[in-house]
Design a protein around this ligand. Structure first.
Ligand SMILES: NC(=O)CC[C@H](N)C(=O)O
Length: 269
């Protein structure tokens, strides 16, 4: 049984690292480390010593230039102290079978790095973006998500619906060109979609869809299914009392089940 070694990257305005580390521990991570991005560039830590990378939510560089834009440039162009390219390190990490979960600002970083959706297996090429919500404001509330059982995503296996919070201003998926949405559907890379909580139908309508994302896209995976990015925060629903109506006895599948899916996949290898 493989040991799960989780690395949660923080710094430059990330603010959900502790919640992510807590959720990873709860979901069965054997060893969980929170480290600064600058620990990577200083060669204090190496990606290749881990098999689960979490890019948490927050406000990288204050969302200047667009969410995660500056951070993507940092990942692309900074070398470590000993001259290693972080992009090469990421490739090595993925080739070794590592898992990546990007939540909210982390999802924005993954699309801006071109790690998601990697349509046609084209990794490290930006194919979509995430931009301002149609409401033109920050949306902070709970949403219902439908899992696409056809997607190869290893995190979502066995799940059907999730009820989790969103808190973002830039969550609307912007397709790269006219063919992008059709290709996302054909290649089954849409992992999670916003649904109307009553009908459970995928929706682009506000407020069930908090940002106007086409096809109700809330999260994407890559062709290997080992990378997942999503705007909602599964780590923030880690205990039944996080549910907004728990005092009335309401409960639902914990968001941390999603992390458990990834961790159990790694352990089973
Ligand atoms: N919670 C978050 O990660 C926020 C993401 C991003 N900064 C936005 O507002 O869109």
């Amino acid at each position: 049984m493989a040991q799960v070694k989780t690395l949660v990257i923080t710094g430059y305005g990330t603010n959900c690292e502790r919640e992510c580390a807590f959720a990873a521990d709860q979901a069965g991570s054997d060893q969980t480390t929170i480290a600064y991005f600058s620990d990577l560039t200083a060669d204090k830590i190496s990606l290749t010593d881990y098999n689960f990378l979490i890019l948490p939510g927050g406000f990288l560089d204050g969302d200047d230039l667009g969410s995660a834009q500056a951070a993507a440039l940092r990942w692309r162009h900074m070398l470590t102290k000993s001259g290693k390219s972080l992009m090469e390190e990421l490739k090595r990490f993925l080739d070794a079978g590592g898992l990546i979960l990007g939540i909210c600002n982390g999802f924005q970083l993954l699309v801006k790095l071109g790690l998601l959706p990697a349509l046609d297996g084209a990794y490290f090429t930006r194919q979509v973006s995430l931009s301002h919500n149609d409401s033109a404001k920050y949306e902070d509330r709970w949403v219902t998500l439908k899992i696409n059982a056809e997607s190869p995503c290893v995190f979502t296996k066995g799940l059907d619906y999730l009820y989790v919070p969103v808190r973002h201003g830039e969550g609307k998926l912007v397709p790269g060109d006219d063919t992008t949405l059709a290709r996302l559907q054909e290649q089954n890379l849409i992992a999670l979609q916003y649904v109307d909580p009553q009908t459970r139908e995928v929706t682009q309508e506000y407020p069930a869809n908090p940002n106007g994302s086409p096809l109700g896209i809330a999260g994407l995976t890559d062709p290997s299914g080992r990378i997942l990015g999503l705007m909602p925060h599964p780590e923030a629903y880690n205990h039944p009392t996080n549910h907004p109506r728990w005092t009335r006895g309401e409960t639902s599948t914990l968001g941390t089940e999603l992390l458990k899916g990834g961790i159990e996949y790694l352990k089973a290898r």
